[in-house]
Ligand binder design. Sequence first.
Ligand code: FAD
Length: 289
Amino acid sequence: MKIKDLFLQKSPTLSFEVFPPKSGANFDSVQTATREIAKLKPDFMSVTYGAGGGTSEYTAAIANDVLKNYGVTPLAHLSCVSSGRDTIVDEIRKLQSFGVENILALRGDIPQDAPPKEQWHYHYACELVAEIKEIAPEICIGGACYPEGHIERTSYADDIRNLKTKVDAGCDFLTTQMFFDNNIFYNFLYKIRSSGIEVPVVAGIMPVANLRNVKRSCELSGTELPYRFKQIIDRFGGNPAAMKQAGIAYAIEQIIDLIANGVNNIHIYTMNKPDVAAAIQNGLSEIIK
Ligand code: FAD
């Protein structure tokens, strides 16, 4: 199913993200975790592409597995900045041949050993959005957005202008970077709606199960941890099991507040943890059916 159609048919929605292994040696364990998450029957599952040093070769395989074997709609991520056009076209064709109908079009992080910019085929995600629109117009396209601004932004206003360019190139929906303070998200939503961006915005929520990983992700992405959350870390950070429970409870509370305020599409960064995905789903069982 196309995610843009899903959003018209069901509300609220709950989706989960998984990421492929960094090497073939870990493929089996990631596939097992992915399948456990797929069994929870989320509204869709996103599969990252080459994120955090991971390989990109398994994205299509995992997307195909969740669709064919579990009937779960996949959203395959695709990043362009370090790829030539042929690689991108091949990847899109492969996804089409697997029946994948949704792609999250990303620029990707710039690799440290990237060639000079003049040699790149793609510089921004909006170019990938336009490319997908041209060669596979039937695909439903998502884009990334950043309630706290992208780490490389020249200004917050520029970031929103660039986001508008990306949406105008053909995005059907947006998914946010993780955030821990809903007020930041509400301000962002107000600003992008004022700038004429009308597509659905999926709120990306990270249940903090592993403190070290989250601190690192926050540093890399410039995501703020609110005072209330820092207090939780101070109190429970030394006890992984308690921290995990508190992180899940915090995420559920964030989601309930979002839904109460009319934000109906929720995406969970599950970090390949089926128990975390299940705990969130159970905690919302009467709220998201
Ligand atoms: P863009 O939309 O191209 O924006 C990047 C920067 O360039 C911004 O500062 C923007 O303001 C600026 N910009 C954009 N367009 C223009 C323009 N036309 N002119 C001038 N400036 C412009 N990374 C992965 O490698 N794999 C993944 O699977 C992955 N999944 C992600 C999922 C989500 C929901 C999010 C939020 C991020 C994900 N990322 C992933 C990280 C992402 O690739 C990085 O944040 C990357 O640095 C930016 O990608 P983007 O698609 O947002 O880029």
